[in-house]
Ligand binder design. Structure first.
Ligand SMILES: Cc1ncc(COP(=O)(O)O)c(C=O)c1O
Length: 499
């Protein structure tokens, strides 16, 4: 039974009313609801600017919402099986920082898989929490990190009775999910707070054909990118909470520390309307996209040199479950790397893929994906196969090492330590003072406090050569010939450091 209340879009409705009210605006923003003509205003029209207001009377305040934002958040929570929701205008990145910082104080232990997004590492730096990393399951053939097994999580929980929280990913960038319900139930028997990164999982709440959302599985808090898979504008996300374990005052205070005092009304309105569409149309449209994806997969499987990494394959590898709105294609048997295909698809066929890894590429499908777009994708793969299959040797198997470097200090301590900048090859056996990752997916190869090994150096060089977009969180040097290491001679290691 659909709840007719969900037809309401309290924030969007009030915002439209305000924009059309012929108000004389003596507040910010300075474009005064589109009264300054510029190239963008002429291109998109005045209407967009009419929706860009900054907390005028009647439109509520994101920092302490009591009016239409509060109502819109309530509807979002109900639609997503949560007790409460908080709108975010700086993506799930801010949501993750706020979750970690509000749940963990300095030195609190948090159990988490090593293949987390960089925002989680930054959350550790900001909070001072102590990570207890667990190994995700690795698929060496495809070259990706997947879910975490219940038994490994259970052991980490049993070995760390003083841990405060556990952090899960639902799903990974590639669509793999862990047994989040079983893990949550076990974690709760040990009184751990369960927090979840659902940057790629907003769609789960709107279709029973997809894996469980974190709230449905009983987790305490999750950060969910509505913008990635549920149709709202880029950077609009939500925090969802359930139950009594979350201190809402502390969460609110942390969010107010991290978020702008001028949150974008456009983004908040887009959350309001995306929720309504997903609530009423999500179920049917997700079913439809899954059907289209199935047809595309079947066609792709007939193309020489192309393999589809599908649910059957992943379940055979021992993964718990898979989100079939993600489409993973292994391309290395064409003699091309995923990075080559990523570039060729855009250059030759005007097809923009989500990301590439050494052996594969990833497409993200949503209720906005069309049959025609999927047909174009299949045709492009056929053409690539005609051109490259057999004309090139198979891509030599790239040795896939999933980095699990040894921790030496808390990320926060290494971040604050005195540093030296050294050439990558001179950094072996040193302690990293920065995170280096390939983006996307933004999973760090090394984080502050970990010991740099020869394999770490090799991987960074490999990605640099192959054209992955390497990023460093500290010096932002895209060349990454150098790395910041802890200056051990002048470093007074924090006494409370448990490692
Ligand atoms: C696994 C994961 N978590 C968190 C994020 C951050 O989400 P957002 O882009 O909404 O800030 C991303 C972004 O790519 C991600 O892939």
């Amino acid at each position: 039974m659909r709840d007719p209340k969900q037809k309401n879009t309290p924030f969007f409705t009030k915002l439209k009313e305000y924009g059309n009210s012929r108000v004389a605006p003596f507040d910010v923003p300075g474009h005064k609801l589109g009264r300054i003509e510029n190239d963008m205003q002429k291109y998109v029209g005045k209407k967009l600017y009419l929706l860009d207001a900054n907390s005028p009377v009647g439109l509520d305040h994101l920092n302490y919402p009591t009016g239409v934002i509060n109502e819109a958040q309530g509807l979002m929570a109900e639609a997503m099986s949560a007790d409460r929701s908080y709108f975010l205008t700086n993506g799930t990145t801010t949501g993750i920082l706020a979750m970690v910082m509000s749940v963990c104080k300095a030195n609190d232990k948090i159990i988490l898989p090593r293949n987390v997004h960089k925002s989680v590492i930054n959350g550790l730096i900001l909070s001072g929490a102590m990570p207890i990393f667990i190994k995700p399951n690795i698929d060496e053939l495809v070259g990706i990190a997947n879910d975490v097994s219940f038994d490994i999580v259970k052991k980490a929980i049993d070995d760390n009775p003083d841990a405060k929280a556990i952090f899960l990913i639902n799903p990974t960038y590639f669509g793999v999910v862990s047994d989040i319900k079983r893990i949550t139930d076990y974690a709760h028997t040990h009184n751990l707070v369960v927090m979840v990164d659902e940057a790629h999982g907003a769609q789960f709440y709107f279709s029973h054909r997809l894996p469980l959302g974190a709230m449905e599985a009983g987790a305490d808090i999750s950060a969910t990118s509505m913008h990635k898979t549920a149709g709202s504008l880029t950077q609009s996300s939500v925090i969802l909470t359930k139950g009594e374990r979350i201190d809402h005052q502390r969460l609110r205070a942390t969010l107010n520390m991290l978020q702008s005092t001028s949150p974008s009304s456009l983004l908040m309105a887009s959350l309001d309307v995306a929720r309504k569409t997903m609530y009423f149309e999500g179920k049917t449209r997700v079913t439809n996209i899954l059907k289209l994806a199935k047809i595309a997969r079947e066609k792709l499987k007939t193309i020489p040199g192309i393999s589809v990494i599908d649910k059957d394959y992943l379940l055979n590898q021992g993964c718990f479950d898979y989100d079939e709105t993600k489409l993973m294609v292994k391309v290395s048997d064409l003699g091309l790397s995923g990075f080559d295909v990523y570039q060729m698809m855009k250059k030759n066929y005007n097809i923009q893929l989500e990301l590439a890894e050494s052996h594969m590429i990833l497409c993200v499908l949503t209720i906005g994906t069309t049959k025609q777009d999927l047909e174009r994708l299949v045709i492009a793969f056929r053409k690539l196969s005609e051109k490259y299959f057999k004309s090139r040797d198979k891509l030599p198997k790239i040795e896939f090492r999933y980095q699990f470097p040894e921790p030496y200090a808390r990320p926060r301590d290494a971040y604050h330590a005195p540093k030296n900048l050294v050439k990558l090859e001179d950094a072996v056996d040193e302690i990293s003072a920065e995170s280096i990752m390939i983006y996307p997916p933004g999973i760090p190869i090394i984080i502050p406090g970990e010991v740099i090994t020869e394999d770490v150096v090799k991987d960074i060089k490999f990605y640099k050569e192959k054209g992955g977009a390497l990023q460093s969180d500290i010096d932002n040097d895209t060349d990454i010939d150098y790395v910041q290491i802890v200056d051990k001679e002048n470093w007074i290691k924090y006494e409370g450091d448990l490692i």
